[in-house]
Design a protein around this ligand. Structure first.
Ligand code: 9FE
Length: 157
């Protein structure tokens, strides 16, 4: 599985998902539900945007989960977590999570180094740029760019 907030999905996420999808028969991209944090897009909308962004990948499905990642993996018989690494700064936290998930439930983590062209991307940065009217069309799937533009127009009205 490929977990994340995906609020919204970026081309960096799509890069990791594309590559992970070539390694496994099936890949679940799962949106983490954080009841304590509303997020920019509702979870259902994040999943809708993700489904559109990965529609070209027949062995990928989108889901959501709440609580421990290892519990979701256990319930769905998923043996591997795939995480993208954009920079050294991602590694410390991801290593800790990977070690904990292996200790908790023998779930292994595969790290995919993102392509350099998308290593600078993050959902939060994309949202900031879009909120201030910047062009993020080269940073996110078209469906996300369109939705961000609609949102900005609505918020301006
Ligand atoms: O967009 C983010 O916040 C975010 C975080 C962590 C990440 N690891 N790999 C990727 Br692509 C990635 C993206």
């Amino acid at each position: 599985m490929c977990p994340g907030s995906f609020d919204p999905v970026t081309n960096g996420h799509v890069d990791v998902i594309n590559r992970a999808a070539t390694l496994y028969d099936e890949l679940v991209v799962a949106v983490l539900v954080n009841p304590g944090k509303a997020g920019f897009f509702p979870v259902e909308e994040r999943m809708e945007l993700l489904r559109e962004a990965v529609a070209h990948l027949p062995n990928v499905r989108v889901d959501s989960f709440q609580g421990l990642l290892v519990d979701y993996c256990g319930a769905h018989e998923i043996p591997v977590i795939v995480k993208g690494l954009r920079a050294v700064s991602d590694f410390e936290y991801e290593l800790q999570m990977a070690q904990m998930n292996r200790e908790l439930a023998a779930i292994e983590t595969l790290f995919v180094p993102t392509a350099p062209q998308v290593g600078h991307l993050s959902s939060s940065l994309v949202k900031q740029i879009a909120t201030f009217g910047g062009d993020v069309s080269r940073l996110v799937p078209k469906v996300v760019d369109d939705r961000l533009r609609e949102r900005a127009a609505r918020d301006k009205a």
